[in-house]
Design a protein around this ligand. Sequence first.
Ligand code: PLP
Length: 427
Amino acid sequence: MTNPVPENREAENGLRFSSEPAFTITPPRKPLNTVITNCPPSGIRRFFDIAQSMENVISLGVGEPDFVTPWRIREAGIWSLEKGYTTYTSNSGLKSLRQKICAMMRRRYDAHYDPDTECLITVGVSEGLDLALRVVLNPGDEVLVPEPCYVSYIPCIEFAGGIAVPIKTDAEDGFRLHADRVAAAITPRTKAMLLGSPANPTGATQSREDLNRLVALANQHDFYLLSDEIYDRLTYVGTHTCLGSLPGARERTVVFNGFSKAYAMTGWRVGYICAPEPLTTLMTRVHQYTMLCAPHVSQIAAQEALENAESDVEAMVSEYDRRRRLFVNGLNEIGLDCYEPRGAFYAFPSIRRTGLSSEEFAERLLMEERVAVVPGSAFGPSGEGHVRCSYATALPQLEQALERMGRFVRRITTRSTENDAVSGVRR
Ligand code: PLP
């Protein structure tokens, strides 16, 4: 249907409002959003796309379980479709799911949240991060981020108008977050710290003592703690500490978690936030306008996951742990020094001995030996000198990847030693 245009208006402004445009069509010239335009594409996707277009590639590139969602969870999803649960849920998510999450948080971590006012079901942790940053930040606020860090953290901070302030962590001490480095980075504009433990890409976990020091700093300097705990169940050494359960932390902490990793449910897009009431109310406000709710079917499947899939999680975690030990030993044996990752499903070996940058290493390893890894520089400048290898990959493939990587490293290091001999360089 077209709107009739009064004749006199047409004459008035000199335009013709007929169904045939008489004006010249020009491409838009006004610049698009500068923050988003300046944000580079994710360094993970680039290698993933190249690897996809090649044959016989072993991909250690993508941070996703190689297991399919356990059958009982899939069955709950199928059941919910059969029953016709195809509508929106409440904005906060199914009350019964929030109740189960809060009961689990109390039981597992002694962390106390009210399912009615302090828990929100999100479209994965990804949405949770975006909501929290938008609610916490005003333009120009600073967010402390231990680095190397998950690829989404810094872009999401910037999309929300904030400024990321990286805090370097090092392989030599297991990527420990030192309170003195955090203290040195605090300014009057510091509004929050965003951290993940266990961490992507390093597999590092932060000790309870270090987290307590962080909480003390947050109280002293009044900033929020945004704690991404998506890998909590994938902790192989020691036990996970939920930041929201630490004394003095609860009122300034947002805990993010979800079903993607522990339950192998990445494609279901369901996660949750636990946070004190004023924060949750505002995050729900953004969520109700931008997302409405997480998928209904996925919420029903998530309930089944929490209720009945403990044995599935344990089986997957013990398989990851087996691979972790084998793979990390293998990396050290082929000359890629790797500290012991304590959680998640990533190894982050040093490649310094090869003399290549992490980009060159990843690109050449893919082209020459058909193994896809992610350059450490994709996780911030302090990731340089490392590559990220996901061991959420079947054991025989991991073994083959080690063989190919070993051949590659031998070739590179032999060649550079020969070149050094010719040019008289001493290492
Ligand atoms: N946080 C971290 C540290 C991750 O590694 C990932 C995915 O790789 C996410 C969040 C995204 O999780 P979700 O699938 O729940 O959005």
